[in-house]
Design a protein around this ligand. Sequence first.
Ligand SMILES: NC(=O)C1=CN([C@@H]2O[C@H](COP(=O)(O)OP(=O)(O)OC[C@H]3O[C@@H](n4cnc5c(N)ncnc54)[C@H](OP(=O)(O)O)[C@@H]3O)[C@@H](O)[C@H]2O)[C@@H](O)CC1
Ligand SMILES: [K+]
Length: 494
Amino acid sequence: MHPELILRPQQMKQADGLTVASGIPGIELMRRAGRAVAEAAAKMLMKEAHVVIAAGPGQNGGDGFVVAALLAGQGYRISLGLLGRVEQLSGDAVLAARDWKGPVVPIDSLAFDEADLIVDALFGTGLARDLEGVARIAVERMNASGKPILAVDLSSGIDGDTGQVRGVAVKANRTITFAARKPCHLLMPGRAYCGDVEIADIGIARETLEATSGRLFANTPSLWLDKLPRPELSSHKYDRGHTLVLSGGATRTGAARLAARAALRTGSGLVTVASPPEALGVNAAHLTAIMLRGCDGPEGLHHILQDERLNSLVLGPALGVHSGTRAMVAVAAHARRSLVLDADALTSFEGLATEVHQAFRHAPTVLTPHDGEFMRLFKGHPDIIDPESKIERAHRAAAYTGAVLVLKGPDTVIAAPDGRAAINANGTPYLGTAGSGDTLCGIIAGLMAQGLPAFEAACAGVWIHGEAGASFGPGLIAEDLAELIPGVLRKLLT
Ligand SMILES: NC(=O)C1=CN([C@@H]2O[C@H](COP(=O)(O)OP(=O)(O)OC[C@H]3O[C@@H](n4cnc5c(N)ncnc54)[C@H](OP(=O)(O)O)[C@@H]3O)[C@@H](O)[C@H]2O)[C@@H](O)CC1
Ligand SMILES: [K+]
């Protein structure tokens, strides 16, 4: 399978159509889909177990009929309930329903409480509106039963494209999807509702999936591994870039050091902390391999950047929310180095997004807001903050600023101004700890210092950060993260 591919519902429909046109009948695809679900169900069941199948009015329901026939043939006890009437079915679902020789009962008479396993085949990618009435009650009863639920394609009630709940949705333990993941398998809350997702190959060719999938990906190493820097025998530290991290004032210096250490651990050949004069003492007391320079405001930064070897900058963590920070961002953007902006560097532009309109299109720039920072930065720009899809929000912000957007959260989305986007899925709740975001900035800047383009650096950085956090688990603090980076890189590079 191709884990980086994601197909939006419309694109999946297109891939399905092309496959049928190439000579594989739709009912054959449906039978393969149903077989994959039946195989997964059988692995979850004892012999002669009772399987309750909720089938919907479309092709997702058709898959449900295939599952029913296959599992009945293997000796399982099946109850199948349909939303609507058999005569109302259309397309391949009609053929699939003919294969099922057992009774079809109205969905509201299904006894979910008596199931050993519930198969949710109510709605898939064709969900068109919020669940109401009988459909809504069926989902609520499934969830209330406490029985294990296996979803066909996706949890019914989840919007395949945005991952949002349409009124109510099935809390599935597991989902079998077909050919490729859909956005809802990675975006929250859909990811949580779908449970463990398995991709079943139903014979749709890779070329077809690639031709229809567009520029949205799952953030897996296959996206950027070939671009990850690998030092050669003849490499010199100066070949591996020089990252500059701006420090906050005397009582706010830790964030910059966290970012700086992460950049160094990620392979930036040299790293310097640029510190306000009054904070030089405290920074000096805590730095060893990382260098230190005094930097007095925007003019100081302008002066330091006369050194062309400083090729990657981190600006924002603990810098303070004020016009001085905005001026520093302007100097950095003007200097045309790789740039990572986070925290105060973003919040200082609260309500002033027009000041960053296309500001970053001349140099590789990555903005790393969480939802709150994103909303503050683009306040007054409903076209950017209102779309329901997180991918769309990130896309629009990237196009507006000319920067790569890392819209952080449990389902971090990375979007480039050229239209590429990736959804990350390896994050861990343990990353929600003070200083974790500073470390992420340092990783991304460290990768850009070594020549990785902004989008790949952001994707790789988010993934490495997630992997580092997950490898530690409970008790993780930001100081641990930088020390975990070598282990993650070792696995990627060897
Ligand atoms: N693509 C592929 O390669 C393959 C796809 N396959 C399968 O097909 C699935 C997609 O099938 P699909 O397009 O028929 O959509 P599906 O999700 O069954 O729902 C549509 C039906 O629900 C109805 N409806 C919608 N919303 C509603 C609501 N809120 N409340 C009530 N009703 C609502 C809607 O009615 P309408 O909107 O027309 O009134 C229509 O009747 C896909 O997920 C996968 O499982 C596999 O067989 C293998 C190959
Ligand atoms: K479903």
